[in-house]
Write a protein that binds this ligand. Structure first.
Ligand code: G3I
Length: 354
């Protein structure tokens, strides 16, 4: 309840701010007006013109139920990621019993709207059913192979890229002591990539993680692993940098340098889950700071030729995961809960339109 009223407060604040800020007002009106000028084009028009993917995570609930959600999603983004619908608990809740209802819904919507799809995610320690976690080593390896064969195989040729493994490191740069690691050691990572390549030889295969924006122990561990596995012929094509940032912690100014070192390994780099949270209530200063974070991320990505995609983790504050996880924080996305473009939207737009 409290979170809701704080978010309503943000919408009112932004509406007022935009009414008195000519730049922001112009942007919001122009995107709605489609007046034909280049400035008025949605994000995806500018992105497509430069062969870039601008994406968002998509939730199946509002995709089914809300026209305003669909309108913004399909107007602004040329690629989508399922926020939850392609995870193991959704696609194979019981061993060998697959459910593709949410995943198919997102695929159909993407296809109808000319959007590519980034698959998320095959092997993760969260949102994986208990039956998997309790398997012994051999059975677990077989379950991974069967899961990847079935899920990647179903969408072969229709999913451009997959997060094959997600969040395999701990925050110090060690291997995360997950049930995967406990049972299989590091070998599950190479296996997962090989199974995915066999199931769809054309999908780009990514390793994805958070807190790897700057150069630190964790991103260096990721760098070393990608380097080592590629040296062994493991099919890793891309690195996903999630990008869950907060204005309280400062911007990782070595983001571009970090992406450049991964690119030098011969892999693509993607910002896969960008959002920039703040302590609530939001105010115009915080939103302006947030906009600089969005601008810095997209500028860094556009400056690195192998950074070919930037995806935001949802686009409207109405459906962000942030308030559910970080008490008292929110307003992390480029649109308010009423679908008004925030200064953060303008940052993305101006960088792509440049
Ligand atoms: O589907 C159930 C529903 O049946 C139930 O009634 C409801 C009650 O809480 O929960 C629903 O499941 C929720 C699910 O999202 C779908 O809405 C889970 O509780 C909730 O924990 C889950 O949160 C997701 C989270 O991953 C889980 O780890 C977020 O939506 C999703 O944004 C978040 O995404 C992750 C990326 O996959 C990986 N990187 C970090 C990122 C943010 O945590």
């Amino acid at each position: 309840m409290r979170g809701k009223s704080l978010r309503h407060g943000l919408t009112a604040l932004l509406t007022a701010a935009m009414a008195t800020t000519s730049v922001a007002t112009g942007l919001v009106q122009a995107t709605a007006d489609t007046d034909g000028s280049s400035r008025s084009q949605p994000l995806r028009a500018h992105a497509t013109a430069r062969n870039f993917l601008i994406g968002t995570a998509v939730a199946t609930g509002p995709l089914s139920n809300e026209q305003a959600y669909r309108d913004t999603l399909n107007r602004e983004f040329n690629t989508v990621t399922a926020e939850n619908a392609m995870k193991w608990d959704a696609t194979e809740p019981n061993q060998g019993q697959f459910n593709f209802s949410g995943a198919d819904q997102i695929m159909a919507s993407a296809q109808a709207n000319g959007q590519t799809v980034h698959g998320h995610t095959l092997v993760w320690h969260n949102q994986t059913p208990g039956w998997v976690q309790n398997l012994d080593a051999n059975a677990m390896r077989t379950a991974i192979r069967n899961h990847i064969n079935t899920v990647v195989g179903r969408y072969a040729g229709r999913i451009a890229s997959w997060d094959v493994v997600n969040e395999v490191f701990d925050d110090n740069g060690g291997m995360r002591n997950s049930f995967w690691y406990q049972r299989l050691g590091e070998s599950y990572i190479a296996d997962a990539f090989r199974y995915a390549r066999a199931a769809d030889p054309n999908a780009k295969l990514c390793i994805n993680d958070y807190n790897v924006e700057g150069i630190n122990n964790k991103s260096t561990a990721m760098y070393n692993l990608v380097s080592r596995l590629r040296g062994q012929g493991v099919p890793i094509d891309c690195v996903g940098i999630q990008g869950h940032l907060s204005i309280q912690y400062g911007f990782p100014n070595d983001l571009r340098q970090n992406m450049e070192r991964f690119a030098a390994l011969g892999v693509d780099v993607k910002i896969t889950e960008l959002d920039v949270r703040m302590r609530m209530p939001a105010d115009s200063n915080k939103l302006a700071t947030q906009a600089t974070y969005y601008r810095n991320v997209i500028d860094a990505c556009l400056a690195v030729p192998r950074c070919n995609q930037l995806t935001v983790w949802g686009f409207t504050d109405k459906y962000s995961w942030v308030p559910d996880t970080f008490q008292g924080e929110g307003a992390a996305l480029p649109y308010t809960e009423n679908y008004a473009a925030k200064p953060a939207y303008q940052s993305l737009h101006d960088a792509l339109a440049r």
